[in-house]
Design a protein around this ligand. Structure first.
Ligand SMILES: Nc1ncnc2c1ncn2[C@@H]1O[C@H](COP(=O)(O)OP(=O)(O)OP(=O)(O)O)[C@@H](O)[C@H]1O
Ligand SMILES: [Mg+2]
Length: 482
């Protein structure tokens, strides 16, 4: 059998995706030259995978596709393939497939022929049926619940996609291809895996036996162009007044926590706000699966590592925060606080690394503080609660709340200042807020952004940093209705 072919079990195949994105950093990616994938073997039919009413035309098409794929592999000269540049290889293979289409089934019409050629190229070089969804800029999330049930979030709404995989093996094959590019693996002994797609999207897979109905994949798409502050203003995610305050807070190096539910836009907001960081500041980012896209030159990106198959070699966010402190950071950004690293981050914020940021899963600013507290106590770090809160109160300056509202709009629903302590309680004051007033006929939430009338106490810090905000910005009023 040819090297790299055959249906190897998970984990050991060479990198198979010579897309233009191959040039993107993939730290552990195999450097083996790209090779086409094997023809998909005819799958044993499984009761739950078989569509209720098989379409004979579609079946004939699939059979033809498989046949041409097999003929393609027969024809390739593997020695040449491994030496060729990926783009030349792709165009040569396109030629061969087009020729095969004409000789094997000259009756295909132009559209069918084009579809067939593209699908074979996607199977061979890319991520198979996923390619179609990955190319769609309007999709925010792809959720694959087994081979035949694929849902996407498109323009705020979750809908079922037409795209399907042939069967569970086909889906597993694509998952394997994605994770092996970044030096990770997925199999029965490690059935959960995080990875990054070449376009920067976040990828998570969990396979049987943990997932009961076939492999489950969740992809968080970050469109080809990152969402910027002007896009967010246009989407009415916040108002210019709120942006002005957030910009000032970034420039004056306030410590910021972005709080929000799942998929509420926390990471997007962090990315956007990072554009206000001074270009000469050395920023160190720490993430579980890198997805931040900071625009500065002086950025050091660190990523945690799960344990290997023997349970060794794990590098946690706590380890990375500790190491980052020895790397002369001006600011530390932790993609998301989930556990013990919270304490290290709070201490870093309190010891001269002002301007640090993180995100946390929580539904209100107050909830964010108690989540952080819980993470520290769950990590077994026993600190008197009052001492802990005092640390929070002096470390954190601003909490920005992101929310995904009913019907899909994502908004900054609160910007609150952490003022200090009173007894055992951390005192906060809300400066801007979004108040939901109802839900329209399309099921979409609507409401208004308001300025509460409170002027933040950190205005002097903004001024020292050379950032002026007129008091009028904070005058109590409705800022914008949406
Ligand atoms: N204001 C917005 N309007 C429209 N789309 C947005 C907005 N903010 C973020 N998005 C899109 O919504 C999706 C979720 O955003 P993001 O990843 O920032 O959320 P998150 O809160 O970090 O999610 P998670 O909890 O999974 O980490 C992304 O595809 C992003 O491009
Ligand atoms: Mg996120």
């Amino acid at each position: 059998m040819l090297k790299g072919f055959g249906r190897a079990p998970f984990g050991s195949r060479p990198s198979l995706t010579p897309t233009p994105a191959e040039a993107l950093p993939a730290p552990h990616a195999d450097s083996a030259p790209p090779m086409p994938s094997p023809p998909p073997p005819p799958a044993a039919p499984r009761a739950r995978d078989v569509p209720k009413e098989p379409d004979p035309a579609e079946e004939a098409y699939e059979t033809l596709k498989r046949h041409i794929h097999m003929r393609l592999v027969d024809r390739l000269d593997m020695n040449r393939v491994s030496e060729m540049d990926p783009n030349t290889l792709r165009s040569e293979i396109r030629g061969v497939v087009e020729h095969l289409c004409d000789t094997e089934n000259p009756l295909l019409n132009r559209n069918e022929r084009q579809r067939l050629v593209n699908e074979i190229l996607d199977e061979t070089f890319g991520f198979g049926p996923l390619e179609l969804l990955l190319k769609d800029d309007k999709i925010a999330d792809i959720m694959i619940n087994g081979p035949k049930k694929i849902f996407v979030e498109k323009e705020g709404r979750i809908q079922r996609s037409e795209v399907v995989f042939r069967d569970n093996d086909h889906l597993l094959q694509i998952i394997d291809r994605i994770v092996s590019r970044v030096g990770r693996r997925v199999d029965e002994t490690s059935p959960m895996v995080d990875a990054r797609l070449p376009n920067g999207s976040r990828f998570n897979a969990i396979i049987p036996p943990l997932a009961l109905d076939g492999a489950v994949v969740t992809i968080r798409m970050f469109g080809s162009r990152p969402i910027g502050k002007d896009d967010l203003l246009r989407f009415k995610a916040f108002t210019p007044e709120m942006l002005a305050l957030m910009e000032g807070a970034m420039k004056a190096r306030l410590n910021i926590v972005i709080s929000g539910g799942t998929g509420s836009g926390k990471t997007t907001l962090l990315n956007t706000l990072s554009s206000f960081i001074q270009p000469d500041h050395r920023v160190i980012t720490i993430e579980d699966a890198a997805e931040l896209q900071l625009q500065q030159d002086h950025v050091v990106r660190l990523e945690t590592r799960p344990a290997n198959i023997e349970g060794r070699g794990a590098v946690t966010a706590t380890d990375l925060v500790k190491n980052a402190l020895r790397m002369r950071p001006d600011r530390i950004i932790i993609g998301e606080c989930r556990g013990a690293e919270t304490l290290d981050m709070i201490q870093a914020m309190n010891t001269g690394h002002e301007g640090s940021m993180t995100t946390v899963h929580a539904n209100t600013p107050r909830d964010a503080l108690s989540r952080l507290e819980t993470m520290i106590s769950m990590a077994g770090l026993e600190l008197p609660i009052r001492a802990l809160r005092a640390q929070f109160a002096s470390a954190i300056d601003l909490i920005i709340q992101a929310s995904r509202l009913q019907g899909g709009p994502r908004k900054v629903t609160s910007i609150s200042e952490v003022v200090g302590m009173e007894g055992d309680t951390i005192i906060m004051q809300e400066i801007f807020a979004f108040r939901q007033l109802g839900v329209d006929a399309n099921g979409r939430a609507y409401g208004e952004f308001i300025a509460t009338g409170i002027r933040p106490t950190f205005m002097d810090r903004l001024e020292y940093a050379g950032y002026q905000l007129t008091p009028d910005v904070f005058r109590q009023r409705v800022l914008l209705k949406d």
